[in-house]
Write a protein that binds this ligand. Structure first.
Ligand code: ADP
Ligand code: X2W
Length: 284
């Protein structure tokens, strides 16, 4: 598909009011799943993040890495087990989670951002008490429930012109040193603590679908009061339940809106933030 000069200029001009709207505001991007594994999509996400940073948006990246943890566990002969969508985390699994999230995935993202001209700094939830947690429930092992967020290290990084890239291993405040936290949950908590304008959750579906098997049934906007009915009707189910719950909690606690976005669409972040066209499902 080729575009005329006028069409290209129109798209660029369309971005101006959005750049003005979000300039100086904080946007938290949760990045995980398929969009992180494919090299091409990763490239598009990274360049979007750098562009947002360069136009004066305070962008914070919170990353997942579930598939990478599962792969590493497989390499040491350990099968992954999920309870209510959360990884059952024994001591050995916790060590792998920490190595993969704080070591491999975090540093790879920082390196790619910096190679493309960004100024990224990698943090984990244990740095400067960013995420503090206690055991959520024995049935999940070393999965944490965040009890406190101290966002100062993230705020300082933003103020110094860095792009903070955060992995979701939390500091334990009870028996354990560290806890495994679901990345959507951690991103929502951080968005609230930062007083973020928006929370973007990148995933591997178009957004919330009326029929999960039919990508053309996207629900573009959902008000908080619509959520109980959508759960009751079985529209919000499976992996979408915790995701929507995170968005609801974030919006209830002051984040203006949360968007579940398709990370498989190249540049979905830019389309969502800087154009008249919304993609994904916005909860407000
Ligand atoms: N109504 C729905 N619309 C879209 N996806 C749904 C819906 N209900 C359940 N799902 C499931 O939720 C999944 C997304 O949640 P999850 O796998 O936890 O995402 P991620 O790994 O990106 O955090 C989708 O891949 C889909 O299988
Ligand atoms: C408790 C729990 O389940 N933690 C997740 C943390 C990573 C994550 O959430 O990654 P994605 O966003 O890519 O799924 C896990 O161990 O897989």
């Amino acid at each position: 598909m080729s575009y005329s000069h006028v069409e290209r200029a129109t798209v660029l001009a369309e971005a101006l009011p959005y750049i003005q709207k979000y300039n100086g505001k904080t946007i938290v991007v949760k990045y995980g799943g398929n969009a992180m594994i494919s090299q091409e999509l990763r490239q598009a996400v990274i360049s979007d993040i750098i562009l947002l940073h360069l136009v004066g948006i305070r962008v914070v990246v919170v990353h997942g890495g579930g598939p990478e943890i599962t792969d590493m566990l497989k390499k040491i002969g350990k099968e992954s087990r999920f309870v209510d969508g959360l990884r059952y985390t024994d001591q050995e699994t916790m060590e792998i989670v920490q190595q993969v999230l704080c070591g491999k995935v975090n540093k790879d993202l920082v390196a790619i951002l910096n190679r493309q001209g960004g100024r990224a700094v990698g943090l984990c939830g244990m740095d400067a008490g960013l995420f503090q947690a206690r055991q959520l429930d024995k049935k999940y092992g070393l999965v944490g429930e965040i009890t406190r967020v101290d966002p100062e290290v993230v705020v300082d990084s933003l103020s110094n012109g860095y792009i903070p890239v955060v992995s979701t291993v939390a500091q334990g405040t009870d028996g354990a040193n560290s806890y495994n936290i679901n990345a959507d949950t951690a991103a929502a908590k951080l968005a609230v603590a930062l007083g973020a304008e928006k929370l973007l959750l990148l995933t591997d579906v178009r957004g919330l679908l009326r029929d999960p098997k039919d990508g053309s049934t996207l629900i573009p906007t959902v008000g908080l009061s619509d959520v109980p009915g959508l759960v009751k009707d079985g529209v919000i189910q499976g992996g979408m339940i915790p995701k929507v719950e995170c968005c609801v909690e974030a919006v209830r606690s002051g984040v203006h809106n949360a968007v579940i976005l398709d990370g498989r669409i190249p540049h979905s972040i830019l389309i969502e933030l800087l154009s008249d066209e919304g993609v994904g499902t916005m909860l407000f």
